[in-house]
Design a binder for this molecule. Sequence first.
Ligand code: PMP
Length: 361
Amino acid sequence: MSKVPSFWSPRIAGLEPYVPGEQPRIANLVKLNTNENPYPPSPRAIDAICAAAESGLQLYPDPESTRLREAIAIRHGLDSKQVFAGNGSDEVLAHAFFAFFQQAEPLLIPDVTYSFYRVYAQLYDIACELHAVDDALRIDDAALAARAAAGCAGIVIANPNAPTGIGLPLSRIEALLGACPDRVVLVDEAYVDFGAESALPLIARYPNLLVVQTLSKSRSLAGLRLGFACGQAHLIDALQRVKNSFNSYPIDRLACAGAIAALEDEAWFAKTRDDIVDTREGLVLQLEDLGFEVLPSQANFLFVRHPGHDAAELAASLRARAVLVRHFKQPRIAQYLRITIGTRDQCTTLVGALADILPAH
Ligand code: PMP
């Protein structure tokens, strides 16, 4: 091991890669740690994947994912030239960082947000300026807009934010777009379907808006790896140039077929999304009864803390009871737990385990 770094390019040793939530093999695990959807994907998606597996796997897929981009465009009232698709939204985000944010000024991101943003910035040598969320962990969009107006490489926010679950209304996003008209404002809408307002309707009016979404959460397809970006054609062209300088075929035939079928099954999407939102609202009340403070969530997870209990210890006690939640050892949020909304039964198990762990409250 000691000799390995001599083979590495100089910057590799300094990278601090993203660490995803664990995917352990524990029997009867209640897995509420990585914001997956607890329900399976649309049966139509499974059928389409099986059909695609039976014909054509010896051939490369369409490098432009034309049919998929058309399906996304139709669903969102866009032109397919305004849609870019990639291998999960993580890949789409990485390409966007490379395409838009390598500028002389720093990129602006909130200090509490999806931690992968700082990893991409480091990978592509992009300076980041972190903007403190307020004491309620809300993005201070007015301060961000004022700072952006003074010159920046762009802005990246998740809406709703991760891991807080708190959403920003569209009017505030418009203020950010107006503050830096010559730089890209990237709005990561990984969780938007669970209750926040999408910025997609703003695309026609804002040439600097890039909206990124994923089929991993509200379409139950985390295992298929499908994300996409929407924006005016000049932004999508830039992403295509990066993609075609990196991997011609990031989306395989199975993913393409499954994603199209999932996007077309509006009824399955609406039913599973509504179940998750209902379960979330019930879980908020149960956790509050147990003494937790729960941030207002527009996502498929809750961000909570207990005034009388250390978050890391609670996470460990839950793990000992085969319930996984996410704890981030990061400044400002080290006393919080992020809990993915599971099925009603999974949430009942979680609440039972917590009632068992917390001394009589
Ligand atoms: N953005 C945010 C805010 C996320 O939490 C995640 C999931 N970890 C992603 C993007 C990436 O999702 P995927 O690559 O599965 O599309």
